[in-house]
Write a protein that binds this ligand. Structure first.
Ligand SMILES: [Fe+2]
Ligand SMILES: [Fe+2]
Length: 472
């Protein structure tokens, strides 16, 4: 296996020291990255020392090191999961051929687009979350926010490495463009709309890491099957970090739900806002918003691009190698949701063109498993409320349901009814103002904002009361 060089200016296990040209290109990009971090990374956090995990290896037995770090000094490294000996392309028309170590010329454009689209989401999320530090509910949460942020930065590094190493001049230009597009910038927005929405409060942050990072997990898992081996190996290692992001999201929402239930118990009313709690109706609205914008991230239900990515062997399905079919899918069919006039129907399409929908379905199931865990907390408190994922047709901007007016149950309604009722389903200005009013910073070790329950345990064996962030 490739040796890990942790003392280099850019820690890596890709043999950078032996590739002068690539090393120079990345050392040239590094100061631009650091400038971006200082300008658009976590606001006001440059001097904080944060108890962070840093990737130092790709061994499952201990790939991470924990210590206090000032974030601009975080060592963003380039790590690929170990190469699998004799790996072959697992799907598509090249199935069974040896994986590519270099970009196949005929698929260059498609591969670059996939890498750029994935890469663009990484710095976007850091930009979206940059003001949250000012209103952290605890030091534990603040540390988790920063952990997610530095790892999204590392994911950008992972994609920028691929661009620099395999795409020559276009790759260098794309790497620069990653730092010039910005979340929510009207002139140079991020590529995908969900990555332009502001993340203004911590409930949104937990929903973001629950829903949006889960989209990340599914996209990375599909790319981890790629016949382009450096991409597959990059994504496989990124997935180990992604797991923590989803933990932050899921446990974060759970703690908000837990606190809501405690307040309902205590005050004998569902309307716990006067008591400083985030009520379950509000949590449902946040779910409706974040889930629906994340469904859009998977793209059109029927997609020629997605079919091509699969046939070319560039982007597979979730856990491709565990699926029991021929992995070529020349004649296979699938069903995708569609709209027939006023009716929601299913349409038969080729399985290849349904790739986006197949990935989206896996995501929907996975999201539901998380929601079930939230509902268990509510049930355990004897409260008669069930949180739900809204219907696929609800509040969509891409695909068959773009612009369709539907209730969270999937009933089609008129524009007039939508306008009248949308505030029952999606966060209103007043809801956002209320949630924001609770966002007051708690920066004393061991203390927790009143709207959220403490976590079950701390980070890496440290107690919850540990001083995870030291301010200077
Ligand atoms: Fe990421
Ligand atoms: Fe992530």
């Amino acid at each position: 296996m490739q040796h890990v060089d942790n003392d280099a200016l850019i820690p890596n296990n890709v043999g950078l020291a032996d590739d002068r040209r690539l090393l120079r290109a990345l050392e040239h990009w590094q100061p631009a990255y650091l400038r971006w971090w200082q300008e658009l990374g976590p606001d006001g956090a440059l001097a904080h020392e944060v108890y962070l995990r840093t990737a130092i290896s790709v061994e499952t037995s201990g790939w991470a090191h924990y210590d206090f770090v000032r974030m601009p000094e975080y060592r963003w490294g380039i790590f690929l999961a170990p190469a699998e000996a004799n790996r072959v392309i697992p799907f598509g028309r090249h199935k069974g051929e040896p994986v590519w170590q270099d970009v196949p010329g005929e698929y260059r454009t498609e591969l670059r687009r996939l890498i750029v689209t994935q890469g663009d989401t990484e710095p976007a999320s850091v930009e979206q979350q940059r003001h949250l530090g000012a209103t952290c509910p605890s030091l534990y949460d603040l540390r988790n926010l920063y952990q997610v942020n530095v790892e999204e930065g590392r994911h950008l590094w992972a994609m920028v490495y691929l661009l620099h190493a395999h795409f020559g001049r276009d790759g260098r230009e794309e790497a620069e463009a990653m730092l010039s597009r910005h979340a929510g910038d009207p002139d140079k927005p991020r590529i995908l709309q969900a990555f332009n929405e502001p993340t203004t409060d911590w409930l949104s942050f937990f929903m973001f890491t629950f829903f949006q990072d889960r989209d990340g997990k599914y996209q990375l898992a599909a790319l981890a099957e790629s016949g382009f081996d450096p991409l597959a190996r990059s994504c496989r290692f990124m997935l180990t970090e992604e797991a923590h992001h989803m933990f932050v999201g899921e446990s974060g929402v759970m703690r908000v739900v837990q606190r809501a239930c405690e307040k309902v118990d205590e005050h004998k009313t569902a309307d716990i806002r006067p008591y400083g709690g985030i009520d379950l109706d509000t949590i449902q609205k946040w779910i409706n918003f974040h889930y629906s914008i994340c469904l859009d991230l998977f793209g059109q239900e029927e997609s020629t691009n997605a079919a091509n990515y699969y046939s070319m062997g560039l982007k597979g399905r979730f856990q491709e190698t565990r699926i029991g079919d021929d992995h070529v899918l020349a004649d296979a069919v699938a069903h995708v949701p569609a709209l027939d006039g006023e009716r929601l129907v299913e349409r038969e399409v080729t399985a290849l063109k349904a790739m986006n929908e197949t990935l989206r379905s896996a995501y929907v199931e996975d999201s539901q498993r998380g929601i079930d865990r939230f509902n268990k907390i509510i049930r355990d408190h004897g409260i008669d409320v069930t949180l739900r994922l809204p219907h696929r047709a609800f509040h969509r901007n891409i695909g068959a349901f773009a612009g369709v007016k539907a209730t969270p149950e999937g009933k089609l309604i008129s524009a007039e009814e939508w306008n009248r009722r949308r505030g029952d389903w999606l966060p209103t200005e007043a809801d956002r103002a209320f949630v924001s009013s609770l966002m007051r910073p708690v920066r004393e070790a061991g203390r927790m904002a009143d709207w959220i329950a403490p976590p079950k345990r701390g980070i890496h064996g440290k107690p919850v009361e540990f001083e995870y962030v030291r301010f200077h």
